[in-house]
Every structure is written in C-alpha cells, then in structure tokens.
Ligand binder design. Structure first.
Ligand SMILES: [Zn+2]
Length: 459
C-alpha cells in the first residue's frame, strides 16, 4: 500500500491533512479555575535551616504552591489534606542512580556487560518505570538517572512521566555515558569492530569534534544532564576535553557530571570546573578541599555494607571518605549508583523483597556510620540534590511558586533520620500519589499525553 503511494498522491494527502486541520482547529481549552488543595502540616521541615515549624498550612493552586504559613484561610471549594500528625518536608533526591540497568547473580553472574546483551531496551525501560514508581513510593520526587540506560530508555521515561502516562519522580536523564573507545568495557576487537558491542551503552568520543557531537546527540534525544566517563581508560579526557563538554552542554542547558575513579581523573575534573564528581572512592582530602572551594558537587555513591552487598573493608573506606568530604564542607548529595539485584535483598524479619525505594534508603547506613548530623543528611537528600539536578528554579523547596512536591512521615527526621523510611504521604505536582501509607496512583495513569507542552495539566 505504502509502496504504491506516489510522490504526487503523498503531497496531495499532506495538503489535505493541512487543509482539514486548518478547517477544524482544536477547541480552545475551557478556562477552568485551578484546583486548590490545602495541606495542614503538623510540623513543616525546612532542610535549608534544619528546623521544623509546627502547625503550618500549605496552599497548593494548580500544580504549584501558592502560600505557606500558620493560620492560612481555607479557600472555598478547596480540598483539605490533614497531615497534622505528621512531619511534612520536601521530596527526596537520589542524585546518582540507574533505574534501567539491573544486573543479577543469575543468569549473568553480576557481569553487567551481559545484561545489555540479554535484555532489550524496551524491557529495561519497563524495569525503569517500575523502579521509578517504587522510588516515588519511598518519597523520592527527583531522580538523576545517569548512564547505562540502554538506548535512551531514561529519556523516554522522563518524557512518559512528564506527559502524564504514569507516575514517577522528576527524572534527570543523561542518555548514554560519553567516553573514549570502549567506555567502561574492554571489548575484544571482533566484538567491538564487527558486532558493535558498545551499542547502546556508551557513545565513543575520542576527539574534540566527537565530544561536541556526542553531547549534542544526547541533548537532542532528551538528556537533561551530560555524563562523561573521565578516566575509564588510562588515556583519560584532558582538562580541555572536559571544558569543551561543559561549554557544549551549557548551550543545551545541561550541566556535566564526571564518572571519576582515579586521583588524576578527579584533579582534571576539578581543574576543568566540572559540576558534579561521581563516586567518592578515589578522592583525597586535598580533592575535597578543592571541591569545597570551587563549589563542585559530590555524588559519592556511598554503598553500605549489608547482607546483600559490599564488604567491611570497602565500607570503612567509604565511610572515612564521606566523613572527610563532610568535614571539608563539600556539597554532598545522597546518591547510590544502584543498578543490581539479588535474592538476598529481603526484609530480615518478614523475608519479603525490599523495594527499590527501601534499598535506596538503606544507603542511610553509610551516612549514619560517618556520623554526619541528621540536618546535613537531610540537606544532602533534598536541597543539595535539587542543586545537583539543577531544578531549583521551580522545584524542590516548599515555597510559593514552586511545584507542589512534598512528602510526610509520622516521626521527626531531624532527631531520627530513619524516620524518612516511613513515608506515608507523597504529593507530586499537586497530585496525591500516596496517602495513609498506601499508593493511590490512579490519577497518574492516562491513555494519552494529558500534559500539554506548556506544562499545564489538561485534566
Ligand atoms: Zn553510576
């Protein structure tokens, strides 16, 4: 049918399509008044100051917060949500994770090179959708998803959530990680040259031209941050290479994160003025000092030692590094690098599998072991995370004008950080995703892209 379609009939068809759409313009949206929701907060936690104020009222109009204060009047027709027995706070951030890669003990023996050979991009995108919902359920309203995301499964997830197909946090995706030949792999010549084995996990960029091209390609396909593999090979990126990527990314409104695993890679990233350094293990006290001075953000990915992951020796190093970074006043984010699963990831008492959100919150163990004050952990999980995600112009804090993302829990995380493990209420973009400890996501599922490009919900 399509083969027989001549150029002439195709252009006639297009002309007709243009004519009919001109004749039948879409009806203008009816000017409905914005819905108003009033939240009564028993305590309102401000992570910027590390304090909580009792009995606050938050007025949400449309998707955004309109007013915050004590004794605000409830406008007529407003929906009232009573959280007067809870601590309300801004949503949490995992500043470095991977939701569409899950390498396993079986069948790939934890060898993640194999995961992307055995699992398709569509399958991994669906895994990502599930992980995002689990993260939102635990109170994560912003997630930086930085690499190892098949062929742009991460940017598709961002779009799907933004368009209103399904619930999820605000996703800041990087697209494939950009690195020199081989990325994080050491492929054989036959696999690399004749079977394109790098595809689709990394983009090779070996020269300034290729770096520019790779950065532009990722931004074209929906990335909101750029991830560079600084030192995945001994022939690492130079300071000029990194500066070039930063300049190019800035043109598309993106900041650059460097995957760093050596002291030299860390130094080059610092010298180039990179926005975020990912992975804290190779950083020295001197790097921490320089990062604090330059305001470079650390996504340390501080893995705890648990029954399902890690070793005591590695944990000790991680704790010491995190502690030193905190002492040197580096901008710290809560970050996990989570991208694995095994059958031991269970609740010790009930034997049930832990959710992705619960596994993510287990990273608190590292922060507690490093004796970081709760107020600073909360800052890392919120304000510093929003800074890393670069969303602070309109998302994150509970302030007038900001999107209504907020969570609530019975305890007080300032005195007991583990209280954040018991999130009972989640609001994302004014919509209630979780109430009384139960997910209520019906309103998020839609048979079409209900959100228009200008950002207003049409329903
Ligand atoms: Zn990572």
């Amino acid at each position: 049918m399509f083969r027989r379609l001549s150029i002439l009939s195709l252009s006639a068809l297009l002309a007709f399509a243009a004519f009919s759409s001109a004749q039948q313009p879409l009806a203008p949206p009816t000017a409905k008044p914005l819905r108003v929701t009033v939240i009564k907060a028993g305590r309102l936690l401000d992570p910027e100051t590390g304090t909580a104020t009792p009995n606050q009222v938050i007025v949400v109009e449309g998707e955004r917060i309109r007013a915050v204060g004590p004794n605000l009047a409830v406008p007529p027709g407003a929906t009232v949500i009573d959280l007067s027995k809870m601590t309300v706070m801004p949503g949490l951030v995992d500043a470095h994770t991977h939701t569409t890669l899950t390498y396993k003990e079986q069948p790939e023996n934890n060898y993640y090179y194999l995961t992307y050979v055995m699992e398709s991009t569509p399958l991994r995108a669906i895994q990502g959708a599930s992980n995002m919902i689990q993260l939102l359920n635990s109170g994560f309203t912003v997630v930086r998803d930085v690499g190892n995301n098949a062929l742009y499964a991460d940017t598709a997830l961002r779009q799907a959530i933004e368009q209103g197909w399904l619930p999820g946090p605000t996703v800041i995706p990087s697209g494939p990680m950009i690195g020199s030949t081989g990325g994080q792999y050491w492929p054989t010549p036959e696999m690399y040259k004749y079977h394109n084995i790098m595809y689709p996990e990394y983009i090779d960029a070996n020269s300034p031209d290729e770096i520019v091209r790779a950065v532009r390609e990722n931004m074209l396909f929906g990335a909101r941050t750029i991830k560079l593999c600084i030192d995945c090979k001994p022939w690492m990126y130079s300071v000029d290479d990194i500066k070039l990527a930063i300049r190019e990314a800035a043109q598309g409104g993106c900041k650059v994160e460097g995957h760093v695993q050596t002291a030299e890679g860390a130094q080059r990233s610092i010298d180039a003025g990179i926005y975020i350094i990912a992975h804290g293990n190779a950083l020295t006290a001197d790097h921490h000092r320089q990062m604090a001075e330059k305001g470079i953000i650390l996504a340390g990915t501080d893995t705890p030692f648990t029954g399902y992951r890690g070793s005591e020796a590695a944990f000790k190093r991680t704790v010491a590094n995190l502690r030193d970074a905190w002492e040197k006043k580096v901008i710290l984010t809560f970050s996990t690098d989570f991208d694995y699963w095994n059958d031991r990831m269970r609740n010790e008492k009930t034997g049930e599998y832990l959710t992705r959100g619960e596994l993510t919150l287990n990273f608190l163990e590292t922060w507690k072991a490093a004796k970081i004050p709760n107020a600073d952990i909360l800052k890392a999980m919120t304000i510093n995370g929003y800074l890393a995600a670069d969303v602070l112009k309109d998302r994150g804090p509970i302030k007038p004008g900001f999107f209504a993302d907020l969570i609530a829990m019975p305890g007080d995380p300032i005195t007991d950080i583990d209280a954040v493990r018991a999130v009972q209420f989640v609001m994302k973009n004014w919509m209630v995703f979780k109430k009384d400890g139960v997910m209520t996501p019906e309103a998020y599922f839609n048979p079409g892209p209900v959100r228009t490009p200008n950002g207003r919900w049409t329903r």
